[in-house]
Ligand binder design. Structure first.
Ligand code: PLP
Ligand code: COI
Length: 346
């Protein structure tokens, strides 16, 4: 079969039904063998754990088409491990790491025609997810779970692609101290829906959450970690906190900054006052969906903080990080050992 005939350069970040999803059921204390399915609907009891008590978690990674036509994924082992961590915290059974990796390979290979062409600006987003399937009415974990992977081609997360975005500081918290901010639980995203709609209504692209305990330190946005650049492009600074998601993109960027670009990397608490005092030259949001999206301005309840890199383009250090990261992801630049996993086509 041939690649689908889509206007790849103009697709947004949305869901599109593809050929196959992957499904495996957990029942009587074990996972079944799992299979590909053409059925993109889920039927379950009205009292299912996920419907009553939001027992769900998910992951997000991408498949890329390289210049020489191969299909690759980026560090899927880290997604498998993070999903295992999410499951442990939510009293859900772990889908074994090796099986996760095999299922990603299977479902991407089966949907090879949906992997956007090299250079189109689009990629295949892979969304593994798991939820409590059987009925529960007392507050307790389910006994049966469904693990699925859907794939869907996507374009840039923010309209306008690499144009700088504007974020605001909301009055809401995304995660509680000692809560679930450090895992990829569906409930964290439910918490962020009202604040993000409010941000959009006020004309902002995203929310920049502060630490929930003291509201003096910068955490992350609803769907991405944050990076800052200082010292004339020589230093990358990124927030450290127990209530933010350990982003695989951010961890990769830190490695690239230090080991490929020779930058200093500071992974530490970052106070809002540092941003207010103009310590940072560039700012970006990083994640699988966001890749690296530059931030041009932060709005704190009407007080505007302009990022010196401005609203026209990515700053130079951010651009270097972006080019190196995406160069590695698209197979153009050499990758550190184990980062790129090729998916053979059937
Ligand atoms: N933070 C949040 C809240 C996210 O939803 C995501 C997306 O996965 C990230 C950060 C970035 O993580 P990653 O780079 O692993 O995609
Ligand atoms: C991802 O980047 O994979 C996420 O899950 C973030 C979400 C905003 C799509």
């Amino acid at each position: 079969m041939a690649a689908k005939d889509l206007d790849w350069g103009n697709i947004g970040f949305g869901y599109m039904e593809t050929d196959y999803s992957y499904v495996s059921m957990y029942k009587d204390g074990k996972w079944d063998d799992g299979t590909l399915t053409k059925d993109h609907t889920v039927t379950m009891n009205e009292c299912a754990g996920v419907l009553q008590y939001s027992q769900s978690c998910f992951e997000g990674l991408k498949a890329y088409r390289t210049e020489d036509g191969k299909i690759v994924t980026f560090r899927p082992d880290l997604n498998a491990q993070r999903m295992a961590d999410s499951c442990e915290r939510l009293e859900m059974p772990v889908f074994p790491v090796e099986r996760f990796l095999k299922a990603v390979k299977e479902v991407v290979a089966a949907n090879a025609d949906w992997v956007p062409p090299y250079g189109s600006g689009a990629t295949l987003y892979i969304r593994p997810y798991m939820f409590g399937y059987n009925s529960v009415i007392g507050v307790k974990p389910a006994d049966e779970y469904m693990f699925r992977i859907l794939v869907t081609p996507v374009g840039p997360y923010f309209k306008g692609g690499a144009k700088p975005v504007v974020v605001r500081i909301p009055d809401f918290d995304r995660a509680a101290p000692h809560g679930t901010g450090n895992i990829k639980a569906g409930l964290n995203y439910a918490m962020s829906l009202h604040p993000i709609m409010e941000a959009h209504r006020e004309g902002f692209n995203e929310n920049m959450y502060l630490d929930p305990a003291t509201r003096t330190k910068i955490e992350e946005t609803g769907g991405a970690n944050i990076i800052f650049i200082k010292d004339g492009g020589k230093t990358l600074v990124t927030p450290k906190s127990d209530s933010i998601l350990p982003s695989i993109t951010r961890r990769s960027i830190c490695y690239i900054a230090e080991n490929v670009l020779g930058m200093n990397v500071e992974h530490r608490e970052i106070f809002l006052s540092e941003l207010e005092n103009g310590e940072f030259e560039e700012m970006g949001l990083c994640g699988t969906a966001a890749v690296i999206s530059p931030v041009g301005q932060v709005n704190d309840h009407g007080k505007v903080i302009n990022i010196p890199a401005g609203m026209d383009d990515m700053g130079p250090a951010t651009k270097k990080l972006y080019d190196t990261l995406t160069g590695i992801q698209m197979g153009k630049l050499p990758a550190p050992e184990g980062w790129i996993v090729e998916i053979p086509e059937k």
